[in-house]
Design a protein around this ligand. Structure first.
Ligand code: SF4
Ligand code: SF4
Length: 106
């Protein structure tokens, strides 16, 4: 199962830099650079508390769904990598401020 190392620590799904969401949606159709991509599953901990504490999922993601058709690792609306890195601004307010750092242009 894939894993996501994520530096967006104010996301509800972040548990010591492991993503604990079951399914993650990476967005950015037609992206030309990392900064054109984002994690659409980001939830601000300010509004949603710490969801990671309610899940038994400790870092294994069921699926990384991805819309970035211009990425080398994109196939059938999924990511083909076993591990990706997500990052963002120091204090992310909305999901568009996050990036898939593993993006590689085709
Ligand atoms: S920003 Fe995305 S990858 Fe990072 S912890 Fe949140 S849901 Fe997971
Ligand atoms: S590495 Fe590429 S295919 Fe995988 S999630 Fe990131 S942008 Fe999508």
């Amino acid at each position: 199962m894939p894993r996501i190392n994520c530096s967006v620590e104010n996301c509800s799904y972040n548990q010591q830099k492991d993503c604990c969401a079951n399914i993650v949606n990476i967005g950015g159709k037609g992206a030309q650079d990392k900064c054109d991509t984002c994690c659409g599953t980001f939830l601000n901990r300010l509004g949603y508390s710490n969801l990671a504490q309610y899940t038994e999922n400790r870092g294994d993601i069921d699926a990384i769904l991805c819309r970035v058709d211009t990425c080398e690792y994109h196939a059938n609306e999924h990511c083909t990598l076993n591990q990706i890195q997500v990052g963002g601004a120091e204090e992310v307010d909305i999901y568009t401020e996050t990036d898939c750092l593993s993006f590689k242009k085709k």
